[in-house]
Design a binder for this molecule. Structure first.
Ligand SMILES: *[C@@H]1O[C@H](CO)[C@@H](O)[C@H](O)[C@H]1NC(C)=O
Ligand SMILES: *[C@@H]1O[C@H](CO)[C@@H](O)[C@H](O)[C@H]1NC(C)=O
Ligand SMILES: *[C@@H]1O[C@H](CO)[C@@H](O)[C@H](O)[C@H]1NC(C)=O
Length: 354
């Protein structure tokens, strides 16, 4: 009989020990994670399919106010994809009170910005203004003054810099093989505005050199053969829809550079482009007094392989990271928010973002 009662006593002690252990873990993670007094819920209640070990880690809780443009994607891959950890992402607004940061994708907010002013503000909680569109496509930002703490955009001077693409230095120089070319100039355009500078420039350019159009207004280009189509052209019109500092989009990074063609850019100044790219990686429309002179230069390069190939020299040293995407951008937010847990205010997004 003795051994049995001993066993049950041991079990009791073990049970009490574990109970205490979990209580301590729970309180500990509560203290580290929830800074709002009066909410005594352990974070582990929020995460259903994580292990105890993971639950015990203090994590920055980041609420996505909306999915950007309603697009959904996994948000638990920051660690495996980019080696960034330390965040718990959620889209569940019930957790608003416990969120260390709330990311507002601005374009999803415009129709219902009033709703923001009704949310209580907690002193610990940071609001992130996230936007990838240019000021021309946004309208008046003044009503959003004194709301946000952190900015997140393609602008290099954002708190969280989320570019459309970038170059990575190769560990070893590589020989880049220029894809075979049989045609001269292409352009994929979906948003045709006859009054825009880019359409007017195209109208002038096409008088002097043949430009093949793709996209909504011309021949639809299925995503699947985008690269193989554009790569057959020596040049690609990477024309931005509006001209703003640092506004250099997937038109350059993805369409042109990942296709292995030479971008002809229309956007911010050459100097601005050169902050992101070597000077010999692109042709700028501003390099020429007129579209006609640009056309002459393109014809010259067409007849001179050696000169044309100079536009690929930089590729021996750099790799193009041209398809930056939502999950990566949100992971960058995790990195910033977990490493910079500071008080910060951005009094006027409108004044800065112009
Ligand atoms: C949101 O979180 C609350 C509280 O944890 C939970 O009760 C609810 O089921 C969640 N909603 C969704 C859609 O996951
Ligand atoms: C690149 O090409 C050069 C000249 O053809 C050659 O000497 C060199 O070994 C090549 N490098 C690589 C990494 O293939
Ligand atoms: C965030 O910004 C708001 C509004 O400017 C401010 O009241 C709050 O103290 C800031 N919080 C943090 C943590 O920076």
């Amino acid at each position: 009989m003795e051994p049995k009662s001993q066993t049950s006593a041991t079990r009791k002690i073990l049970f009490l020990f574990f109970l205490q252990f979990f209580t301590v873990m729970c309180v500990f993670s509560y203290i580290r994670i929830s800074k709002e007094p009066g909410i005594s819920i352990c974070l582990s209640e929020m995460t259903n399919n994580t292990t105890i070990e993971e639950r015990a880690e203090p994590k920055v809780v980041i609420l996505l106010w909306t999915w950007p443009f309603g697009e959904r994607f996994p948000l638990d891959k920051c660690d495996s994809l980019l080696g960034i950890s330390g965040c718990y992402f959620t889209v569940n607004r019930t957790l608003y009170k416990k969120a260390d940061a709330v990311i507002f994708h601005y374009r999803d907010l415009r129709s219902s910005r009033e709703e923001l002013f009704q949310e209580p503000r907690f002193t610990f909680q940071r609001w992130v203004w996230f936007n990838m569109e240019s000021p021309s496509n946004l309208g008046n930002l003044e009503p959003l003054n004194n709301l946000f703490n952190v900015t997140m955009s393609y602008r290099q001077d954002s708190d969280i810099f989320t570019p459309y693409g970038w170059l990575e230095l190769l560990k070893e120089p590589e020989n880049f093989t220029i894809p075979p070319k049989s045609k001269l100039v292409s352009w994929v355009i979906s948003n045709w505005n006859p009054n825009s500078r880019r359409v007017q420039y195209y109208e002038e350019l096409k008088k002097h050199v043949k430009v093949d159009l793709f996209g909504r207004v011309a021949q639809p280009l299925a995503k699947i053969n985008k690269y193989s189509t554009i790569s057959q052209y020596k040049f690609y019109l990477a024309f931005e829809n509006s001209v703003h500092k640092d506004y250099i989009t997937e038109k350059l990074w993805d369409n042109a550079l990942l296709s292995g063609t030479v971008p002809i850019v229309l956007g911010p100044t050459r100097e601005n482009y050169e902050r992101f790219l070597p000077s010999d990686a692109f042709i700028h429309v501003d390099d020429f007094p007129s579209a006609q002179e640009l056309a002459s230069y393109l014809k010259l390069l067409d007849s001179d392989d050696e000169q044309y190939q100079r536009y690929f020299k930089w590729r021996g040293r750099f790799q193009v990271k041209g398809d930056a995407n939502w999950p990566e951008w949100y992971c960058k937010a995790c990195q910033y928010l977990s490493q910079n847990p500071f008080y910060r205010i951005t009094p006027s997004v409108a004044k800065w973002f112009a």
